[in-house]
Design a protein around this ligand. Structure first.
Ligand code: KG4
Ligand code: ZN
Length: 359
């Protein structure tokens, strides 16, 4: 049943309620016209901390348990009821199959029950277009180089409009966020590792250990972080029993130096790859840095400096909560897709697809 009707075509605004359950956060948000966030709720699953990573079965069970509470909180914060919503949206993939399934089932059930159209959304496109949240759409001039870096992805895109996106490169092995997480795990720090490693890095010497900067030849726009991760492992092995000691100055210094040196290696790789892309596509007007790792201050600062030198814009999501997984970005992407083709909004049952690609 298509919802391409007059109400939507001539409405002043389109209010979208979106679900995101691709990994370990149960997120629900309401966004008007893709940019104005009315509420953005996220229930994180701390249970995974003790396993040092996400356990898919636990994640799925907690999504099933939490989605209704997240939905109720989201509606309450926006002072709305489901009847006030124009369109539903849900992350279809990529992600953990069972986590995605809880989200698509919940959203599909609501679509049928409330007779509301539902739009399936590709998760990485959500990250790419998270940049429009709380921004004026007119402000963004294309083409843009987008670096989307998370726990599962490290991708570079050439974006010529809000919906025309071409992939230039991706990771051949570990994603950068995953490397941050594994580095933290090797050092006996918590999960997720990114925020902890970057905090430790502030106290350390980035030049203390020379970790590799894999560039994969002179031309490649792909990434590889497994070599840096293996080098961190060797450094930890070499250090003997230092990590098993009770907290002392030597141990603290070792951890801070490994974190700072690791982070510096990651920063240098990103800077080099962005330089390459800017040389290849001189028409680029801005660099957008999105995904969980875009919360990292050191990488942000290095990329911003590079953009200033090249006299182009640099943007990150307008709030930290839009960097990591969130449902507001899913609503933003759904809005852009709907603008292009209103017939995609249908009362329907959406199947998840854990390997769904950007194109
Ligand atoms: O986008 P996201 O929430 O989930 C995925 O789609 O994977 O990204 C989560 C990743 C984790 O690997 C986490 O360690 C990393 O983002 N991350 C960071 C920072 N904050 C989160 N990495 C580096 N520095 C940070 N400040
Ligand atoms: Zn993500």
């Amino acid at each position: 049943m298509s919802c391409e009707n007059k109400i939507f075509k001539y409405a002043m605004f389109v209010r979208i309620l979106a679900f995101e359950t691709s990994c370990d956060d149960t997120a629900v948000a309401i966004v008007e016209n893709g940019t104005r966030v009315l509420s953005n709720v996220r229930i994180s699953q701390v249970e995974h901390e003790k396993w040092g990573g996400v356990v898919p079965e636990i994640a799925a069970r907690l999504h099933a348990e939490n989605w209704r509470g997240a939905l109720e909180r989201c509606l309450e914060e926006a002072s709305l009821i489901v009847e006030n919503i124009d369109i539903l949206a849900v992350t279809q993939g990529p992600g953990l199959q069972t986590s995605l399934l809880t989200g698509t089932t919940a959203a599909s059930f609501l679509s049928q029950f409330f007779q509301k159209p539902l739009i399936p959304v590709q998760h990485i496109r959500g990250h790419i277009n998270s940049i429009i949240l709380e921004r004026n759409l007119e402000e963004i001039k294309y083409p843009v180089l987008v670096l989307t870096v998370s726990g599962g992805h490290t991708d570079m895109f050439f974006q010529t409009s809000s919906i025309d996106i071409e992939k230039l490169g991706g990771t051949l092995d570990d994603a950068a966020g995953e490397a941050f997480d594994k580095c933290a795990k090797m050092l006996g720090l918590g999960y997720p590792g990114g925020p902890i490693v970057s905090k430790e890095a502030e106290k350390g010497d980035p030049k203390k250990i020379r970790f590799p900067r894999p560039l994969l030849g002179k031309e490649s726009l792909d990434f590889s972080f497994s070599g840096i991760k293996a080098a961190v492992y060797r450094e930890v092995e070499k250090s003997g029993e230092i990590l098993n000691q009770v907290q002392n100055d030597n141990k603290e210094k070792f951890i801070a130096d490994v974190c700072a040196s690791f982070q510096q290696a990651v920063v240098d790789v990103f800077v080099k790859k962005v330089v390459r892309a800017l040389e290849r596509y001189p028409e680029i007007k801005a660099v957008h840095f999105t995904g969980g790792v875009s919360a990292n201050t050191a990488i942000r600062e290095a990329l911003e400096k590079l953009c200033i030198q090249n006299d182009i814009q640099f943007r990150v999501p307008s709030k930290f909560e839009y960097c990591t997984d969130n449902a507001a970005m899913i609503a933003a992407e759904a809005f852009l897709q709907y603008q292009k083709d209103p017939s995609i909004a249908k009362i329907q049952f959406v199947d998840c697809d854990s390997r769904l690609k950007v194109n």
